[in-house]
Design a protein around this ligand. Structure first.
Ligand code: AMP
Length: 295
């Protein structure tokens, strides 16, 4: 496995691969878990060359967020990526990606940047879209892998690929969950045992929202939101940021309960701010993710 830290080296590696070789790309912020590995495994199976990146992107954190605290363990990550058969790990420094004089950014009008997670983390999706565009330019993958866990990120990147005619195929994979339903996340490392036990309330709230959604097709979406809010309210250690139901592509609010619909939730549980979602499809199926025991 080749470990690359500069853009120039990454470009040289890219040039060595022929146009008939499929290059897969899995961008991450490291501190890898089974959720990341599900993307890597799929990417390994579907491509001739697999590139993963590890980059904690300062541009997507506000000054009061957890950029400095964000868990990092590069040697462990590299072992995991090597064992999973990754060919190249691209792990640049912030200065490599944002050299002096860097002033550009991807901008998007409307709810994709401004609503839901975007309203609670102003500037977050500008940082995400900008770094993903840069990585797509540097790695030039045939296809790139993202998790449904970050549903709004998926919607933003999908829109960017369409709007800028980017020559990359997006592959979106289901959320991988712990056996009790907690969505895997590098930020789960912040949870002490008590907060870890409380953190399942996000999954329970989404399940309750899905149940109520099923009973109230065609009704006012507020019944579903209220069901999620009430469930979060049963857990004293959880402080709700938002519970909402949106169109999964545009992030416009739903007028009535009808699939496709995206239930989204964010809550502070002890020291960790956690997000989760269920995607409810029009054919009646649910993409709620995969419990680790079923992998
Ligand atoms: P991150 O390192 O948190 O930026 O995540 C890197 C990629 O892994 C993103 O596309 C995430 O959506 C995806 N990911 C993170 N957690 C999970 C999970 N539990 N299941 C599936 N994909 C995930």
């Amino acid at each position: 496995m080749q470990i690359i830290t500069t853009i120039q080296e990454m470009r040289e590696a890219r040039r060595a691969w022929t146009s008939s070789q499929r290059v897969g790309f899995v961008p991450t912020m490291g501190y890898l878990h089974e959720g990341h590995l599900s993307l890597i495994q799929r990417g390994r199976g579907e491509n001739d060359v697999l590139v993963a990146s590890i980059f904690v992107n300062p541009a997507q954190f506000r000054p009061d967020e957890d950029f400095n605290l964000y868990p990092r363990n590069l040697s462990r990550d590299l072992q995991m990526l090597e064992a999973a058969g990754v060919d190249v790990v691209f792990t640049p420094t912030p200065d490599e990606i944002y050299p002096p004089g860097f002033v550009s950014a991807v901008e998007m009008a409307g709810p994709l940047f401004e609503k839901v997670e975007g309203a609670h983390r102003p500037g977050h999706f500008r940082g995400v879209a900008t770094v993903v565009l840069k990585f797509f330019q540097i790695v030039q993958p045939y296809q790139a892998y993202f998790g449904q866990k970050d549903a709004q990120q998926v919607a933003v990147i999908t829109r960017m690929v369409i709007d800028f005619n980017l020559a990359v195929k997006l592959r979106i994979l289901p959320t991988i969950r712990e056996i009790d339903g907690l969505a895997m996340s590098s930020r789960n490392a912040y949870l002490d045992p008590e907060a870890r036990a409380s953190a399942t309330v996000l999954y329970r709230a989404l399940q309750e929202g899905r149940r109520v959604f099923d009973l109230h097709q065609g009704d006012d979406p507020r019944v579903v939101v209220q069901a999620m809010v009430n469930t979060i309210g049963t857990e004293p250690r959880a402080v709700l940021d938002y519970a909402t139901i949106q169109d999964p592509v545009s992030f416009q609010p739903l007028e009535v309960l009808r699939a496709p619909a995206l239930l989204l939730i964010a809550a502070q549980v002890g020291p960790a701010r956690l997000i989760d979602n269920f995607l409810l499809h029009a054919d009646g199926s649910w993409n709620v993710g995969i419990l680790i025991s079923e992998c």
